[in-house]
Design a protein around this ligand. Structure first.
Ligand code: URA
Length: 421
């Protein structure tokens, strides 16, 4: 093959053959096809698309670029993936909950980039906790505890690692076949036999509209079917941050509240909804996750999961050097709270990173003290900004001022559920 022929075929709207797809991804991984050629092909795919067969084959070729784990376990294994959002700490309560219900959850996760947080960055706020595990350690912990949240090894889908970095700088991220194959190649390579996808839709998500999110969900499920992975998808709202906490330590604290029987209603609700889907796929549909959560067993499993990775679940979480409170300038009802702006504010405060190599501040983040539908009085705290770098407050506060829209109490009739946004 010649790379130009593959690029030209897709550029002109043709369908790539299995052999072309296998060859181009293998040659790209080995450095025989260069970044400039792959960039052109990614743009051609972005503009022309790929059908379900091409997308499934593309996914398979990315899996074959690396190692495929087989995590043997005496319990049924089931995994969850979220397409990413703001305040999305659901993995933290969900993995131990589903494990406490009798399944095994191997959750190989990533770090945050841009305005969306990463599960590993959040867990690293727990003193002593370590993200990097060997394959043997993952297998042992899966058997003993039932839940592992750790870093994906670099041997999983290396073609995706390379291609994702290239897409990031060539404006070719937001293409359904490329996103779907990227996500599924990593999940299938890690050995997931059953998978629940939380496809986010709204300002804080990759997919801003329901149509886009539905197309992505359909593609993800199709790829799962083509690779014998039982896959279901939920479409969930990411127009508003999940829960109150956005950041690292603040999100861990909120996840622990949920595991101890409290926490914000939206976080509890989504955790239970995803747990039910996962248990149904694992053949444990008769276990009630709500009862297991209330029994304290999920919290116990959390403590064992944290200890197994060197963390101390009882140690105080890091505190920020500086806390700044934003108060309501007037009374009203919260009409909307924009997830994207809150995510960027938390990022500016130090919770996220601008480049892959940057460190994050474990204590940085935002606590949203008023959510849509709630009435607030003048002077009432709306946000708590946590940071070790107080000069960052000036960058974050205008974003939060724009994120929260208040309307008159009279106009809303006191209910606030008819916000016209
Ligand atoms: N997440 C991924 O893993 N890949 C994408 O392309 C987008 C989101």
């Amino acid at each position: 093959f010649a790379a130009v022929d593959v690029i030209r075929a897709k550029r002109d709207g043709g369908r790539l053959t299995d052999a072309q797809i296998d060859w181009v991804l293998d040659a790209y991984t080995r450095g025989v096809v260069g970044d400039e050629q792959m960039a052109a092909l990614a743009m051609a795919v972005f503009l022309r698309g790929m059908d379900a067969h091409e997308t499934a084959r593309w996914t398979g070729a990315m899996i074959d670029s690396g190692e495929r784990l087989t995590l043997a376990c005496s319990r049924p294994t089931v995994d969850k993936h979220s397409t990413g959002g703001v305040g999305d700490k659901i993995t933290l309560p969900l993995a131990p909950l589903v494990a406490a219900c009798g399944a095994a959850v191997p959750q190989l996760s990533g770090r945050g980039l841009g305005h969306t947080g990463g599960t590993l960055d959040k867990l690293e706020a727990v003193p002593g906790w370590r993200a990097e595990l060997s394959t043997d350690e993952i297998a042992r912990q899966l058997e003993d505890v039932g839940a592992v949240v750790c870093a994906a090894t670099p041997t999983l889908a290396p073609a995706d690692r390379k291609l994702y970095a290239l897409r990031d700088v060539t404006a070719t991220v937001e293409a359904v076949p490329l996103i779907a194959s990227s996500i599924m190649s990593k999940k299938i390579a890690e050995g997931a036999g059953r998978l629940v996808l939380d496809v986010k839709v709204g300002s804080g998500a990759f997919m801003k509209t329901r149509e886009q999110a539905r197309a992505l969900a359909a593609s993800l499920v199709e790829i799962g079917a083509a690779h014998d992975v039982a896959t279901t998808a939920l479409l969930t709202d990411m127009g508003t941050p999940l829960g109150a906490a956005v950041g690292n330590a603040v999100e861990v604290a909120e996840a622990v509240e949920v595991l101890q029987g409290g926490g914000p209603a939206d976080v509890v609700e989504l955790t239970l909804a995803l747990a039910r889907e996962m248990l149904a796929l694992a053949g444990l549909g008769d276990v009630d996750p709500e009862r297991v959560l209330a029994s304290g067993q999920a919290y116990e499993t959390w403590c064992r999961m944290i200890r197994a990775q060197g963390g101390d679940p009882d140690a105080p979480l890091p505190r920020p050097r500086h806390v700044h409170v934003v108060e309501a300038a007037e009374s009203g009802v919260v009409a909307s709270l924009d997830a994207y702006r809150v995510g960027v504010a938390a990022w500016r405060l130090g919770a996220g990173r601008a480049r892959k190599s940057d460190p994050v501040q474990p204590a940085a983040g935002v606590r949203c003290l008023a959510k849509p539908g709630e009435r607030v009085d003048r002077g009432q705290p709306l946000f708590e900004l946590h940071t070790d770098t107080p000069e960052a407050v000036a960058a974050a506060q205008p974003l939060l001022d724009a994120a929260l829209v208040l309307k008159d109490v009279a106009e809303s009739g006191g209910s606030g559920h008819d916000a016209g946004h």
